[in-house]
Design a protein around this ligand. Structure first.
Ligand code: ADP
Length: 660
């Protein structure tokens, strides 16, 4: 009775209407299995709403976050306003044995001096004979003691790991990898540590990589000692182990209490030690790129996905970085203040990187409304989906074709569902692109003191550049580089077993996972075969004049805006988004090399050059490179710059090479 009374009826309807409008104007997230709390917290703070399956439409969400892999159908069913937090098929680097195998392959193709950042690894039982041969060879050489670490391939968080010197101690009952143990790690007050680096792959096609400025340093909680190989608190840096150690809460020299530092604190430490860090950071960035190159060509294109990887890096006593493992779902638990500082900012910046627009918040409603007003269909926009479907359709409807009768029920169901989605999406996708708001260049100059590059990456459809100013955004701006429809090749759609077969380094309960090392060589033998005298990390000679970014009067480098024009038709992804620094592509050549078919060889050559610029004092080489740059500009190629990832106020790469 009460709701039917006219004034109350209108009020009631108005409230429901307002609520609906409000919901429609908010972005909506879905967390699988209650998801990481920090993701919920950050999104709610930014004004997002949580998906409620009882109240919301099935497709009424913008971000689906899960720790484990998505099903193929979830990629295929993605709608233009939706994003997933995983790309398909990244298991090639996130499972210990796959990573070892892939790095071995790259070493064979591109040379062991380039891919020397991961310790020699053997996958047992298959590689047992090879391991035995290597073990015996090293024993007979009678050099310094050699240690090995054995890790189950499908476990994480340090479970099942042990270190050994004598082969008689190698006992295993499952698939394991045995690696050279980096026995000379860099120590702080006698404690071993490793670095957790957060890497966001914004897109695999074209490859677009951002590395976050913040990260974690994870310490062992007992002093490093090679005479007690069984002491996990001294040899493993997993937080999941050390937070239960007897000395977790004890003051441990410079390390302090607990077992974590932020990356900022580590930078500060390095600075206090008068260590020149620039080359070290660049080497870590190279490791990230070179590792991603092992799988990039085989990952299907899925423009609405991002991936946040956790790279675990160990520094040895010579500051050479070693890749320990790549985590598929880096832990997002908040155990201590360092976690809170790092992870909240990280997630917020990741959301900024996802380029949500106001149109995304309208979801299906806006699409239907606009679609019915201005139906507009260009089949070419779906060209990457259509061929797959039409192929199946031909098989299905060819009269008298035996194969059509032999199709299984699930196959038919897939065909029907795909057709339904395809038909429904077409009008909206075009419209969606067209109705994205235009860029206001004035707003791109700076937000909260941060200067951001404003060009967007090329899209398969429109090259519309868009901007959203979210009230809760840390960067307060982002640039849309949308490719509206996920393109999954036939082979992915056919691969129904993808999800179940991926046993990866899930670290979401505070783990690490790893696969790495090879030769414990001097840094000089890495990427560049740089002569020994040039690679010391201490500022010892005048030839090492990289920008003195830590001197007291240092002012942050002003990052010029890149023009909104593209380089030879290719748009450039933003230089940085919050704490995320674009590390790939880093110049015109790598931009071009990643546009169509990934030119891995060329990219590797450019990495060589870049690291050479940072490491060398060779005047001749620098002059040649400068001349090359001048020539490029004369040829009409607009160049673009990148930032050096790592230092607190990252300098431009071009400045680094000019100052060397
Ligand atoms: P998990 O996935 O179980 O965390 P990791 O490969 O990350 O496995 O190894 C756990 C820890 O063991 C690392 O954080 C690191 O401290 C140590 N560790 C792993 N591999 C090596 C190695 N080759 N040399 C030295 N320490 C290693």
């Amino acid at each position: 009775m009460f709701p039917n009374h006219p004034p109350f009826y209108f009020l009631h309807s108005f409230c429901i209407f307002s609520l609906r409008c409000c919901m429609a104007a908010s972005l909506v997230f879905r967390l699988h299995d209650r998801g990481p709390e920090v993701v919920r917290e950050v999104l709610l703070e930014r004004g997002w709403k949580e998906y409620n399956e009882r109240k919301c439409e099935k497709e009424d969400w913008n971000l689906y976050w899960r720790g484990s892999a998505f099903r193929n159908s979830e990629y295929y069913d993605l709608l233009p306003w939706q994003r997933l937090n995983h790309h398909p098929k990244t298991v090639g680097i996130t499972r210990k044995d796959c990573l070892a195998r892939n790095l071995r392959r790259m070493r064979a193709t591109f040379g062991s001096s380039l891919y020397d950042f991961s310790p020699t690894a053997f996958i047992l039982p298959n590689d047992y004979t090879r391991f035995l041969a290597e073990y015996n060879k090293l024993r007979q050489a009678r050099g310094p003691s050699v240690y090995w670490i054995c890790k189950p391939v499908d476990l994480s968080r340090g479970r099942g790991i042990f270190i050994f010197e004598d082969i008689k101690d190698l006992v295993y009952d499952c698939s394991v990898i045995v690696q050279r143990y980096i026995s000379n790690p860099l120590l702080i007050s006698g404690y071993k540590f490793d670095l957790r680096i957060y890497v966001c792959v914004k897109s695999f096609h074209p490859l677009t990589v951002y590395v976050h400025q913040e990260g974690l340093v994870r310490f062992a909680t007992e002093k490093y000692n090679l005479s007690s190989l069984h002491n996990t608190y001294a040899h493993l840096t997993n937080t999941s182990i050390n937070k239960f150690g007897p000395f977790y809460k004890t003051e441990k020299g410079r390390v302090g209490q607990g077992c974590k530092w932020t990356m900022s604190k580590f930078r500060h430490y390095l600075h206090s030690q008068d260590i020149n860090q620039l080359l070290m950071w660049q080497r870590i960035s190279n490791i990230v790129t070179l590792t991603l190159l092992t799988i990039a060509p085989s990952v299907p294109s899925c423009p609405n996905c991002v991936e946040l990887f956790g790279f675990d890096i160990l520094l040895d006593v010579k500051f050479k970085p070693w890749l320990l493992e790549v985590n598929y779902s880096p832990a997002l638990t908040l155990d201590c203040q360092a976690d809170i500082t790092v992870k909240k900012g990280l997630i917020s910046d990741l959301i900024d990187l996802m380029n949500y627009t106001l149109t995304d918040s309208l979801r299906e409603r806006a699409f239907y409304r606009q679609g019915s007003r201005q139906p507009c269909f260009h089949a070419s926009h779906m060209s990457h989906v259509t061929p797959v479907l039409s192929k199946v359709k031909e098989t299905k409807f060819h009269s008298g074709d035996q194969s059509s009768q032999t199709q299984t029920l699930p196959q038919l169901k897939t065909v029907c569902q795909a057709e339904r989605i395809n038909r429904r999406r077409r009008p909206f996708i075009d419209d969606y692109q067209r109705h994205l708001p235009p860029v206001d260049l004035n707003q791109l100059t700076a937000a909260r003191g941060k200067i951001i590059n404003t060009t967007a990456t090329e899209t398969h459809t429109d090259k519309t550049l868009n901007l959203i100013l979210g009230p809760h955004s840390r960067t307060n701006m982002s640039v849309v580089d949308r490719q509206t429809c996920p393109a999954l090749p036939t082979k992915l759609m056919d691969n129904a077993s993808l999800r179940v077969s991926e046993v990866t380094n899930h670290d979401d309960t505070e783990t690490e996972a790893g696969t790495e090392l090879s030769r414990q060589t001097n840094v000089s033998s890495s990427i560049h075969e740089i002569p020994q005298r040039r690679v010391g990390f201490r500022r010892s000679s005048g030839s090492w004049k990289l920008p003195n970014i830590y001197s007291g009067n240092h002012r942050p480098v002003r990052i010029p805006l890149e023009g909104t024009t593209a380089v030879n038709g290719h748009n450039i992804p933003p230089l940085r988004v919050g704490g995320f620094i674009r590390t790939f592509p880093f110049n015109t050549a790598t931009l071009k090399a990643s546009q169509q078919k990934l030119d891995v060889k060329l990219i590797i050559q450019e990495l060589h050059k870049l690291t050479g610029q940072l490491a060398t004092s060779d005047q001749k080489l620098r002059r040649e490179e400068e001349e090359e740059e001048v020539k490029r500009n004369k040829d009409g190629e607009e160049d673009f710059d990148s930032l050096l990832w790592g230092p607190k106020d990252p300098p431009l790469l071009s400045q680094c090479s000019k100052h060397t």
